[in-house]
Write a protein that binds this ligand. Structure first.
Ligand code: PHE
Length: 456
């Protein structure tokens, strides 16, 4: 089939940054980061997380965006073009394919959690969830999980919204969506933090998040923080590569990447500062795990004035954050399809979206009909892992780090130094720092994740 390269380009540097921040700010920040920090003892985790973002995340993000900007196509075709240009094996293309596969898989379960957040908006509006009775809130959440039909419907609705945006293209779809959703997201988040400062126990939340107790730092905490950093800034699967491919030539990547990473980290911390003050004010457990946002938080909101309103806003925030990320997960797939002559974007968004929704059934059923299916139960650490857990594990712990490693190695070892040096436009000292982090520090950190995942 003929490959064409005529993708739309971002209208401005600002829209690109909003879209990329939209991709990175998502369930990872408002759902996963707070509960990971909660179970890992707070401050120590936060500190290591920030170090991982700066030392490993940022150099890889710069590498991934640069590959995209140089290749200007979907991940498989970008990798193929760049490998050809450098006279390397076309096998590098498989990095792009791995990314597309990872995007498929991540979106299939991401949209299930996104569906939960969607389901919570009407539940809050109707007042069903505004109660300080833990049994009621727990039952409400468990009933949702136990019902494949409800879950499928919400998961479906979430996918329809994602497909709708992507089908409309870069300008009319993604840019329009982020232009509205991103400012709304920041505004709601700020309002929630201010509200939490007034209605909750802000001082305790602050010291929980920022007073590092170094005795809590274990290899586990470090690796969790590294994995979370990776997922949170969307690197390793080509979502950022695809967004980088739509960049006009004159945008300098290091600055944009720094802004993206800064915004992503701020949102994660602010989400913590919106959640924990209310959790502490109600004497609830910050270490409740994945149910923190869906069970602990509703209880906490019910215990403070105007909790119903602010609780609703919180779930609207999660939905907005999740959608601006899910569109970046569908885009690499659609971008690839679009590179084939005669394939229409809208049709490929619908077909890919539908297939992803179908794959999502594995995750939906993991919470009910197939709750007892443990495919890898012969291995001790996967004894109780459901299909959902396995999908999450394979993508976050294997595919993303593997993809990230390949991309950072390609950008720093294989691409010619002149290309990266000119393209990045950094001062010699900063360029050398990037090169050092990208060539040595990031790959070694990633090797550690692997070693730990295999032998740990
Ligand atoms: N970064 C997103 C989040 O934090 C998830 C994501 C991962 C999106 C990888 C795109 C690519 O929720």
């Amino acid at each position: 089939m003929q490959v064409s390269t005529s993708h739309e380009k971002w209208s401005s540097r600002l829209t690109f940054i909003m879209a990329a921040v939209g991709s990175s700010v998502g369930l990872g920040n408002v759902w996963k980061f707070p509960y990971e920090a909660g179970v890992s003892g707070g401050g120590a985790f936060v500190l290591i997380y920030i170090a991982c973002i700066l030392v490993v995340g940022l150099p890889i993000l710069i590498a991934e965006l640069t590959l995209g900007k140089q290749g200007q196509m979907s991940p498989p075709n970008t990798m193929r073009t760049l490998a050809q240009r450098e006279g390397r094996s076309s096998l590098w293309q498989s990095v792009g394919w791995l990314g597309v596969l990872a995007a498929f898989m991540i979106l299939s379960f991401y949209s299930v959690i996104g569906g939960w957040a969607l389901a919570y908006v009407p539940k809050f509006i109707s007042g069903d969830l505004i109660t300080t009775n833990p049994d009621v809130v727990t039952t409400e959440f468990n009933t949702l999980l136990a019902s494949p039909v409800q879950m499928l419907a919400w998961h479906g609705l979430f996918m329809v919204l994602t497909i709708f945006v992507v089908a409309r293209g870069i300008h009319a779809g993604i840019e329009k969506a982020v232009d509205i959703l991103m400012p709304a997201l920041f505004f709601i988040l700020l309002a929630l933090v201010i509200y939490a400062a007034i209605a909750g126990d802000f001082g305790r939340a602050w010291s929980f998040l920022f007073a590092a107790d170094f005795s809590k730092i274990t290899p586990d905490v470090v690796l969790n923080a590294l994995g979370q950093a990776f997922f949170s800034i969307s690197v390793g699967l080509g979502a950022m590569m695809t967004y980088g491919a739509y960049l006009p030539k004159d945008v300098k990547i290091p600055r944009a990447a720094t802004i993206i990473v800064f915004a992503d980290t701020m949102v994660a911390l602010l989400a913590g500062l919106a959640i924990f003050p209310i959790v502490f004010a109600n004497g609830l457990d910050p270490a409740s795990g994945p149910g923190l946002v869906f069970v602990t938080l509703p209880l906490a909101f019910a215990g403070v004035p105007l909790g119903g309103f602010f609780g609703t806003m919180f779930f609207v925030l999660i939905v907005f954050a999740a959608i601006t990320s899910s569109i970046s997960l569908l885009e690499p797939v659609v971008s690839w399809a679009e590179e084939h002559k005669g394939v229409k974007r809208s049709l490929s968004a619908i077909v890919a979206g539908f297939l992803i929704w179908l794959l999502g059934l594995l995750s939906v059923f993991s919470f009910n009909l197939w709750g007892d299916v443990h495919l890898l139960e012969m291995f001790e650490r996967f004894e109780t892992a459901t299909l959902f857990d396995l999908m999450d594990f394979t993508t976050s712990n294997i595919f993303l780090p593997l993809g990230g490693m390949a991309m950072v190695i390609f950008a720093s070892w294989i691409m010619s130094r002149e290309t990266t040096e000119t393209d990045l436009g950094l001062s010699p000292a900063l360029y050398k720092s990037w090169l050092f982090l990208a060539r040595f520090v990031a790959p070694i950190a990633l090797l550690m994740i692997f070693a730990y995942n295999i032998f740990g």
